[in-house]
Design a protein around this ligand. Structure first.
Ligand code: SF4
Length: 393
């Protein structure tokens, strides 16, 4: 697991959260305001003026500390940081990684707030004031490398930022024109057609809204998201996005309350949401609210492999782009292996020791770290390519 935060001792006053792009090289004085310099040691002759902040691995002597003119954090672990990453540093010396340049799995956490309360929410919602956070998001977008291929926007529920979310999308279009934007939303606020229309009017060249749908039955969906009327709002939201030409992805998290009607849900999506650009059928991440609800939600993927296969092949046969996320190849039927993706973010992706014997490991998505820790299928078994014969794709 890749660490995404570290703590050090604040040496020179940090009043508000500072955000900067990491560098281990000296930057010309006029460009330093955007950079956080990482060094092992500092002495009195070092020119540190103008950096957004300096992270120092070692302890700083009192003499040097008295002369420091920039915000500094000492005794901080920085091995996990590379030039081009972006960090936020707060007044308690907490250094959070907001963006990793080498990763394909970067996301902007728009807000902690949410208007649903899903049984398996991986980021349990919290109320709060987002005004400072919006400033951070805009700063972060300005510091991300323009070569970044993908950026997620997640939460909480990003649409609760309302017009500020539109501002973020607009800035992404200007600053990161080559970056695909994937926004995870419950879709309920797109019930308001004007909001969907305003998003479409930005004309971002590569945006997709990923929206969960847990059943073809309103009561089942509403129960999973713990919000009465959510199914109707989400469906109208999806239709509004479709009407204004904003690409949508339907996301189905599979667990004990959703697996039985997967084939019916696939048919519902095909008949009512034919415009969906992608459908993702996803394994459960054992974190957040899933932990207290584990006995209600857990089902071994092996036990629903039949309905997963039926749903996937139904949609694929009708030309709908469909993927299986967060599943291990040895737990699903071979017929749907071509639809299985390595979808788990690199910083929380692991394999079991027995996977080293598996000849399909390089093509398998593996496990969430939380799954390895808490529970996984009882049917994990190393695969042999030779045993697959002509069926190997
Ligand atoms: S044994 Fe491990 S690597 Fe092989 S398919 Fe199963 S989970 Fe994937």
């Amino acid at each position: 697991m890749i660490p995404l935060s570290a703590y050090g001792k604040v040496s020179t006053g940090i009043q508000t959260t500072l955000i900067g792009r990491v560098t281990r090289e000296v930057i010309p004085a006029e460009a330093r305001a955007d950079y956080v310099l990482i060094v092992d040691v500092v002495d009195q002759s070092d020119d540190l003026a103008g950096y957004a902040a300096v992270l120092i691995a070692s302890r700083v002597s009192c003499d040097v500390q008295a002369d420091l003119q920039v915000p500094c954090v000492q005794l901080v672990q920085t091995d996990h940081l590379a030039s081009g990453d972006v960090v936020a540093i707060n007044c308690r010396g907490h250094v959070r990684t907001l963006y990793r340049r080498s990763s394909r799995h970067n996301a902007l956490f728009a807000t902690d707030r949410c208007n649903s309360y899903c049984l398996m929410c991986s980021q349990p919602p919290r109320d709060g004031d987002d005004s400072e956070r919006i400033r951070e998001h805009l700063r972060l977008v300005s510091l991300i490398s323009p070569e970044t291929s993908e950026l997620g926007i997640t939460g909480g529920e990003p649409t609760l930022l309302k017009n500020h979310l539109l501002d973020i999308v607009r800035v992404c279009k200007e600053r990161l024109p080559q970056t695909s934007l994937h926004i995870l939303s419950n879709g309920r606020l797109f019930y308001y057609g004007s909001f969907a229309r305003k998003l479409a009017e930005i004309q971002h060249p590569d945006v997709m809204i990923g929206i969960p749908l847990y059943s073809d039955l309103d009561v089942e969906h509403d129960y999973v998201v713990q919000a009465r009327g959510a199914f109707d709002e989400t469906l109208v939201g999806l239709q509004n996005l479709g009407k204004y030409g904003v690409p949508v992805e339907i996301r189905v998290v599979i667990h004990r309350l959703t697996f039985q009607r997967l084939p019916e849900l696939a048919e519902f999506v095909y008949r009512n949401l034919t415009f969906a650009a992608h459908i993702a059928l996803m394994g459960l991440e054992l974190t957040g609210f899933t932990i207290p609800n584990l006995e209600t939600l857990w089902i071994d993927p092996w036990d629903y492999r039949g309905s997963l296969e039926e749903a996937i092949l139904f949609l694929a046969a009708r030309g709908m782009p469909v993927s299986v996320y967060n599943h291990q190849l040895c737990t699903v039927r071979e017929s749907i292996w071509p639809y299985c993706r390595q979808s788990i973010s690199d910083w929380k992706n692991e394999f079991l020791p027995m996977c080293d014997e598996c000849e399909m490991k390089s093509q398998c998505g593996g496990f969430f770290t939380s799954g390895v820790k808490r529970r996984y299928s009882e049917h994990i078994h190393p695969l042999r390519i030779s045993a697959l014969g002509d069926r190997f794709f």
